[in-house]
Design a protein around this ligand. Sequence first.
Ligand SMILES: NC(=O)c1ccc[n+]([C@@H]2O[C@H](COP(=O)([O-])OP(=O)(O)OC[C@H]3O[C@@H](n4cnc5c(N)ncnc54)[C@H](O)[C@@H]3O)[C@@H](O)[C@H]2O)c1
Length: 160
Amino acid sequence: MSIQQQATPATLKVGVVGIGWAGQQHLKAYSRIEGVEIVAVAGMEDELLAQMKQEYGIPHAFARWEDMIGLEGLDAISVAVPTFLHAPISTAALERGLHVLSEKPLARNGEEGRAMVEAARKAGRVLDVAFNHRRRGDIQKLKAIIDDGRLGRPYYAKGS
Ligand SMILES: NC(=O)c1ccc[n+]([C@@H]2O[C@H](COP(=O)([O-])OP(=O)(O)OC[C@H]3O[C@@H](n4cnc5c(N)ncnc54)[C@H](O)[C@@H]3O)[C@@H](O)[C@H]2O)c1
């Protein structure tokens, strides 16, 4: 197959649970990524939910996350709700075969976090956490400098 004939990459169909500040960042970012289609959104604020649905042209909106993860054809979800809900929503989604991008912190404690990781391994799906600062160019540069041993072993860090 020549380069010109290559098939269009498959579209990743995503859903976002939570429409607060964090959820809106996920919606904005997904809407700008080629090959990603936002097919569902869930949140408990009726007016805002309708607004997000319209703004991003999202076909399905749900008040309950339980209904959203049952949507046929969904590939992955973002979990952008209060932290006590990260584990139950992520685990249920992974068990349904969905990939999950959870907001940080991963969970409330190690026990919940480990259960989420275990669910991802069992399902053979991706569980990632939105440690967004780690993806920043300046932070990655600093990490590379540390990994190269050029700073020695950091024992104290202060950020602002
Ligand atoms: N990555 C970052 O920089 C960053 C920044 C801020 C917050 N966060 C994280 O993002 C998460 C959300 O924070 P936020 O500030 O957007 O919160 P928020 O309270 O503003 O929004 C939470 C959203 O979750 C929805 N929700 C709650 N329960 C629900 C349910 N049962 N079904 C469906 N929707 C439900 C609410 O309706 C709301 O839309 C938190 O875990 C927080 O730690 C991350």
